[in-house]
Write a protein that binds this ligand. Sequence first.
Ligand SMILES: *Cc1c(COP(=O)(O)O)cnc(C)c1O
Length: 431
Amino acid sequence: MNGRSRELFLKAKELIPGGVNSPVRAGRAVGVDPPFIQRADGCYLWDADGKRYIDYVGSWGPMILGHRPPEVIQAISGALENGTSYGAPTELEVNLAKLIVEAVPSIEIVRMVNSGTEATMSAIRLARGFTGRNMIIKFDGCYHGHTDSCLVSAGSGLATFGIPGSPGVPADLARLTISLPFNNLEAVEVTVKKFGDQIAAIIVEPIAGNMGVVLPEEGFLEGLRRITRENDILLIFDEVITGFRVGPGGAQGLYNIMPDLTCLGKIIGGGLPVGAYGGRRDIMSQIAPDGNIYQAGTLSGNPLAMAAGMATLMILKNKEIYTKLEQKSRFLFSGLIDVAKRAGVDMVINRAGSMGSMFFGKDPVVDFNSVKETETSKYPSFYRAMLAQRVYLAPSPFEALFISLAHNEEILKKTIDSALIALKGLKNSLD
Ligand SMILES: *Cc1c(COP(=O)(O)O)cnc(C)c1O
């Protein structure tokens, strides 16, 4: 990068750690300084130097309708007329809660928070309070926000105690989290046999989206549901990405599995900071003020955020949108497979509706280990070649591409053409 983005980044680095307010934005994994974004519209971003990019990050998931959908902008402006925050209940919160409860099969009642991290943190506290147990099981490569209990990676063997995934996470807390391989039901069985009566919850991204997209194998989610039910363990689906992305009912609607608790975020805020957790009424009633498990928020249910979320979910009630997104996504990803073949580059695609990932390599990608075994070293030059052609992808090989309603066929075609050029370049540099 040069020009204004470069200038801003240099200034930002003096004022903000790493120059960014979330580390994934820094672009270190792909060897670029990040373009600073000035504005967005539809499927496009413009940077501080006036360059226009086709956006496949979509603010990391929320922008399913594209940027600045008129209905959402109008709803935010309307709410703004009345004030920005009251710290008191509003009709907007009731309306958004209603839309969520109607759409997500297992959610009977829902509490709004300000981020996905807050949602998972609160759901885990609730699960611990409800069951009177302290341990949780998560899966390698699943990301549940930066809450302490989830910033944990497992040791090598099955059912080893978790070790902190970051300095600052107390080992005493990390050892309460066991991280197991995704799609490995046997590991879950073994662990639950050993620690079952100490485990409060199993938390999982039902379709993993934070190690790239990894789909649940047949029977995995069903198995989790069976094991948790048999052992009085709560099943938490972290649908912060998949909620309203893979369908109106999220992954649980798609696979027809009812978790006890569900975490939401991203799309339900329509691009404003929102998270939510909800589920069974008997569990949720343990939250204050009905129950004694404490969770609160000064800005929770913020009127601007509720208005944006509501306008977004109202549009998404039209199921045809998901059919359209599926068509767009299929077009793009089959196009990418096609050009990879033409360029002689091995590529595997994992896709669920309008979220998908391309992995360099030949082997199926089914868990975090197989993700790490893909040819991730190819990604940075591919990324840079795409950026040079003004296609904005996530600056890491471990992320998803998100397609929005604003990506039309012409734009998708252009992206596929750009990918062919990038892949040919990659091939040539390797030969
Ligand atoms: C993004 C994400 C989170 C965290 O949400 P934030 O709003 O970034 O705190 C949690 N879980 C999953 C599955 C996510 O993708």
